[in-house]
Write a protein that binds this ligand. Structure first.
Ligand SMILES: *[C@@H]1O[C@H](CO)[C@@H](O)[C@H](O)[C@H]1NC(C)=O
Ligand SMILES: *[C@@H]1O[C@H](CO)[C@@H](O)[C@H](O)[C@H]1NC(C)=O
Ligand SMILES: *[C@@H]1O[C@H](CO)[C@@H](O)[C@H](O)[C@H]1NC(C)=O
Length: 144
């Protein structure tokens, strides 16, 4: 084994350790939480970029007379994100999963854009009118 080969492996190992150590926990929407009417696309643009293995935390109250029900879905692609089409979406957290203050945590552990949205409201109004959608494209930490 040449020195370069060994040092290249060494660097990859170090980079992976650094990547794992630096993964952040990010509250979606910050102090706004996950609510109707806040522009999450804008929030994601301003907050980003996101990195692999960062944790996104969605905070929303349980359904009540005072607060609308919300949920978290993973949409399959850009088209479904753009049109709020939940046909092939995967439910990650339903409106009743939010009994405590910790929120729903979702780890960005896949190397692809992840399209996230709330599927609640009449005619998916959370997504369509409430702007409760955004996407995250995780980057490798060592590009930071
Ligand atoms: C992300 O986390 C998983 C599980 O802890 C780990 O196996 C993987 O190596 C991590 N990926 C990176 C790029 O750090
Ligand atoms: C939300 O923010 C995005 C990005 O800044 C912007 O393009 C879009 O027009 C905004 N949506 C609304 C409904 O204001
Ligand atoms: C919610 O509204 C319904 C109908 O208006 C009412 O019967 C119920 O008591 C309310 N619940 C709370 C917790 O305020």
């Amino acid at each position: 084994m040449s020195f370069n080969y060994v040092s290249a492996i060494f660097l990859v190992v170090i980079a992976s350790m650094v990547a794992a150590g630096l993964a952040e926990t990010i509250v979606v929407g910050g102090s706004e939480g996950w609510r109707f009417g806040y522009n999450y696309t804008d929030w994601a643009l301003k907050h980003g970029p996101f990195y692999i293995n960062d944790t996104l935390v969605f905070k929303y109250g349980p359904p009540s007379n005072e607060s609308r029900p919300h949920s978290v879905y993973l949409l399959p692609n850009l088209y479904s994100y753009a049109t709020c089409d939940f046909g092939n979406a995967r439910l990650l957290s339903n409106p009743n999963d939010q009994a405590d203050d910790n929120g729903f945590s979702y780890v960005l552990n896949q190397w692809r854009p992840q399209y996230l949205a709330s599927g609640e409201g009449d005619g998916r109004s959370d997504c369509k009118e409430g702007m409760m959608k955004f996407f995250a494209v995780p980057l490798p930490r060592w590009f930071n």
